[in-house]
Design a protein around this ligand. Structure first.
Ligand code: AGP
Length: 615
């Protein structure tokens, strides 16, 4: 996700801002920029690529001044270009802004501002800068600190979506306005000025005294003072906190590992995945990136989901959803196999490439093959501007933010979210009733809170995980929509703990694998309440008859599960097709804590790479 840096004080701002951006590189970015105020002028420099490119430009242009803002961009709206890089200006080029977040209603705002507004970028952030500039134009007389603040407050009350932003104006020197709604911002209180950043990491070099802004708060910062307000322009009292984190902990925002941080990111990034992409009243999804007419959508006779590893298990959940909701035959193809088979692909086939990195060589090659054979080819990827995103004829970004741990967690659940929305969008064209669509969307909106319920049980899951850390083998079993969940649970365990594990459909064990069961061979059963629950219970009973220890995921309220499992972890209930979004979070935490118990490097497991860009 994007990173923000600001500084106002007595020191030369340029080196502080550039160094601060370097400390935020871990968040992932594709372009960067800086703006520095010197008297009544604001100089701005932006560049694509690495911070070093920006630093070289800034050194050449010699940016004097002790007040400035800077930004690393993780593209969400608009490609990776210098014009799309922040900071952005308003129409008059007097105001300069950096923004982290998504302005959901940017189209309406752009329309409301009218055609006299000329934009230089494709971003929602620039429209936000123009909106604030418009409110400044409406304020009477010379712009003061107060009228500047009021204009920002008025503008932000019109915004739907999320923002962390810092804005400055050439007519109000030595004054930064900082605002937060959904995208964190921290203000460091130094002996030589104030430091502003998306997280505490960049300011540890200068101060450990920080103020955490809350959603809906605005901070007005001069060189010697800071005042905080809410959007009703009421003063808010903030306390200065002392952070104890070291540099590395700060990057992980206090979590021990990136993987744990990313597991806990899921409720937030899930909201980012679905935001603005559905309409409850119509009971359907609107994924504009599909880039297909309704006639073309009706012409689709088969869907093929091409992916590798965890992305293929997310795709398997999508298979169940497409077939159940849209009634379209759907298959999941492992990319490395697809590309060497003779796949039956034609103009009535819709192929999705599902990939976090958007760079997986096998997936990319398979998509090129599908394109050659005339299919509709679309991407479901996380990294904006990635090769798969560029080579497909449309698709959807999953908005999971940078996923730094090798083991995929938040990208998996966001892929499932997008696949469910696509299945609903096709389903509502064909056979899904409005009421069903409404019910599904309401259930989707409850997922973040239900994920948080599971995350709140992390300590119990940790206790159970420790019991199973010293086994050499484990089976994961599930039926129906929970079979892909079993596959995902199995890959999570094996790739970070190095314990051998395999996943099977619950009904398959008796066809051979059961020969391996003993008291030394635990089985992890996913037994949530759904149409196959009774069948799954029988499979678990078969396992118990072979003396294998049983761990279960069961639905809240299913007290009988305790009769079947040595250990039971409970999950909130949701619609059957959405249940993988919750069950998988338990498996992620289970695998994480098993691996931690074994002292593994969970973020960088042996033999693995985050993005497999070779065959
Ligand atoms: C997931 O935990 C693994 N790191 C791996 O299976 C990964 O999902 C696979 O390599 C596909 O990567 P992609 O999503 O970037 O294409």
């Amino acid at each position: 996700m994007c990173g923000i840096i600001g500084y106002i004080g007595e020191k030369n701002a340029s080196p502080i801002l550039i160094q601060g951006l370097r400390k935020l590189e871990y968040r992932g970015y594709d372009s960067a920029g800086v703006a520095i105020q010197d008297g009544d002028t604001i100089a701005r420099v932006r560049s694509v690529g690495k911070i070093e490119n920006l630093a070289a430009r800034a050194a050449t242009e010699k940016l004097p001044g002790t007040v400035g803002i800077a930004h690393t961009r993780w593209a969400t709206h608009g490609g990776v270009t210098e014009e799309n890089a922040h900071p952005h200006t308003d129409q008059s080029e007097s105001l300069v802004l950096v923004h982290n977040g998504i302005v959901e209603n940017y189209r309406e705002i752009k329309e409301q501002l009218g055609s006299e507004h000329i934009y230089n970028s494709e971003t929602d952030s620039e429209i936000l800068a123009h909106l604030i500039g418009e409110h400044i134009k409406e304020s009477d007389g010379k712009l003061t600190e107060e009228s500047f603040r009021l204009a920002v407050e008025c503008a932000l009350k019109e915004v739907r979506g999320t923002y962390g932003l810092v804005v400055m104006h050439k007519d109000v020197p030595d004054y930064l306005i900082v605002a937060r709604m959904g995208s964190p911002l921290v203000i460091g209180v130094g002996t030589d000025g104030y430091y502003i950043a998306s997280d505490a990491t960049p300011m540890l070099a200068y101060t450990k005294k920080v103020i955490f802004l809350e959603d809906g708060e605005i901070a007005c910062v001069s060189k010697t003072d800071m005042q905080t307000f809410n959007l009703k322009d009421e003063c808010v009292v903030k306390c200065v906190e002392e952070i104890e984190w070291n540099q590395e902990q700060a990057e992980k925002q206090g979590y021990e590992d990136f993987m744990l941080k990313e597991i806990h990111d899921q409720p937030t990034v899930f909201e980012d995945a679905i935001r603005g992409r559905f309409n409850v009243e119509e009971g359907t999804a609107h994924l504009g990136g599909l880039n297909m007419t309704e006639e073309e959508m009706h012409s689709v006779k088969r869907i093929v989901l091409i992916a590798c590893g965890t992305a293929s298990y997310a795709s398997m959940v999508g298979k169940y959803a497409f077939e159940r909701l849209a009634g379209i035959p759907t298959e999941v193809d492992v990319a490395s196999e697809f590309r060497y088979r003779d796949p039956i692909i034609d103009k009535h086939t819709l192929v999705f490439g599902v990939s976090q990195s958007g760079e997986t060589a096998d997936t990319l090659a398979a998509l090129r093959e599908a394109k050659r054979k005339g299919a509709f080819v679309r991407g479901i990827v996380n990294v904006v501007g990635s090769t798969i995103a560029r080579e497909t004829d449309g698709g959807t970004y999953i908005h999971a933010g940078p996923e730094l741990a090798v083991a995929s967690t938040k990208a998996y659940t966001n892929m499932v979210a997008i696949l469910l929305l696509y299945a609903l969008q096709f389903g509502r064209l064909k056979r899904v009733a409005l009421a069903t669509g409404e019910r599904m969307l309401h259930a989707l909106l409850e997922i973040p809170q239900k994920m948080n319920e599971i995350l709140d049980t992390a300590e119990q899951i940790k206790t159970i995980a420790k019991v199973y850390a010293n086994y050499d083998h484990m089976f994961f079993i599930g039926r129906g929509i929970n079979y892909p969940v079993a596959l995902e649970g199995s890959i999570k365990l094996k790739e970070i703990s190095y314990i051998h594990s395999e996943a099977y459909p619950g009904g398959e064990l008796k066809h051979g694998p059961m020969a391996l069961l003993s008291e030394d061979f635990p089985v992890f059963g996913i037994m949530t309440k759904d149409q196959l629950y009774d069948k799954m219970r029988s499979n678990i009973e078969e396992v118990r008859a072979r003396k294998a220890p049983v761990i279960l995921i069961a639905s809240q309220g299913d007290d009988t599960a305790k009769e079947l499992g040595e250990h039971v972890m409970y999950t909130p209930k949701t619609m059957e097709l959405l249940q993988p979004l919750l069950n998988t979070v338990i498996l992620q935490l289970f695998s994480y804590y098993v691996a931690k118990e074994l002292g593994r490097d969970v973020d960088r497991p042996r033999n693995l790479a985050k993005s497999v860009t070779v065959e």
